[in-house]
Write a protein that binds this ligand. Structure first.
Ligand code: HMG
Ligand code: MG
Length: 299
């Protein structure tokens, strides 16, 4: 199995979308710059969603237009519909992510559409992105549990994953939106996807660390052959439409874990810690991540 792992940074998007106090566009741009300095090569920059749904990211057009792109770095943005796609294109997006769920109830709360409706809405968005040579990702949220309906069967995850692949997304991100799953759930979900012909090479895993299981879930995913993980520098994050969700797995905690496993990822821990300190200071809170508090090892 490959020893190379992709770290997909979601700090500027997932990390900030649920913050109650406004964060300036300048601070966000500096954060993205520091993440690039740390060697991150995939940085989800913002969302072209309704500004009423996510006021914190209402500056998406300005932010993306002003963002200084580094060669070799991808800056995906969330797009929920054709309107979001037009805005993303006008601002110069190079990659997009559409987002649905394994639970109809969560999908309705989050994007005002059932799963079926979301696939219908995303199909033209993904095909127009692909026709322009843009990279595309499809999120499957609530894959390990739904804040409105409880447990989610793996068959629901497989069903929506297959439909996202059918409309042409390049990669799936399987989300534990509210951080309820453990390693056994990871094995169950990844095995069911595999049995349906969706191998670990098509997957990223997106763990919120609400109950402290994210690192164990990454370890379990690694053993199953998954080689892409979403994480948020500083451990920020949460979805406004997922009550009870806490921050994402912190990028610094992920980097440390991968380093200890001897896996290559191209990201510099000190650089991530610099970005983590910057954003936690901007948000006015101490760093919550374990490695943010303890530092790396050896010192
Ligand atoms: P809606 O209200 O059902 O639909 O929103 P609508 O078409 O009636 O639009 C309502 C208003 O929004 C209208 O404005 C539209 O013009 C406007 P009004 O006429 O009332 O002034 N609008 C837009 N404005 C700007 N950009 C757009 C856009 N679309 C409509 N693209 C909609 C449906 C999907 C727009 C809304 O529900 C929405 O934006 N939802 C986004 C929610 C969101 O961003 N959630 C967080 C991201 S998902 C997540 O965090 C999970 C993830 O991290 C993985 C995991 O953890 O599992 C990815
Ligand atoms: Mg998330």
């Amino acid at each position: 199995m490959s020893t190379d792992v992709r770290i997909y940074e979601v700090g500027p998007r997932d990390g900030l979308q649920n913050e109650p106090l406004p964060v300036s566009t300048d601070v966000k741009l500096r954060f993205v710059e520091l993440l690039g300095n740390a060697g991150l090569r995939e940085i989800e920059a913002t969302s072209f969603v309704s500004p009423r749904a996510v006021p914190q990211l209402a500056d998406a057009d300005d932010l993306l237009a002003r963002l200084e792109r580094r060669p070799g770095v991808r800056y995906p943005v969330l797009v929920p519909n054709q309107r979001g796609m037009s805005r993303a294109l006008a601002a110069g997006a190079d990659a997009i992510a559409v987002f649905t769920a394994a639970s109809d109830e969560f999908s309705r709360h989050n994007i005002g559409m059932t799963i079926d409706e979301s696939i219908v809405a995303f199909a033209p968005v993904v095909s127009s992105a692909s026709a322009r040579g843009m990279w595309t990702r499809g999120y499957v949220s609530a894959a390990f549990g739904c804040p409105y309906t409880g447990d989610v069967p793996e068959s629901a995850v497989v069903g929506v994953a297959q439909r996202l692949l059918d409309i042409g997304v390049d990669e799936l991100s399987i989300g534990d939106t509210i951080g309820v799953g453990g390693p056994r759930d990871v094995r169950r979900v990844v095995a069911a996807l595999g049995e349906a012909g969706i191998g670990p090479d098509r997957l990223a895993m997106h763990f919120h660390d609400t109950r402290g299981t994210a690192a164990a879930n990454v370890a379990s995913s690694l053993e199953l052959g998954v080689r892409c993980f979403d994480a948020s520098t500083g451990g920020t994050g949460g979805c406004p439409y997922a009550p009870g969700a806490a921050g994402n797995l912190a990028t610094e905690d992920l980097v440390y874990l991968l380093d200890r496993e001897g896996l290559r990822h191209g990201v510099d821990l000190d650089g991530v810690l610099t970005a983590a300190r910057f954003i936690s200071q901007a948000l006015g809170r101490p760093l919550a991540s374990k490695v943010g508090q303890a530092g790396g090892w050896p010192k």
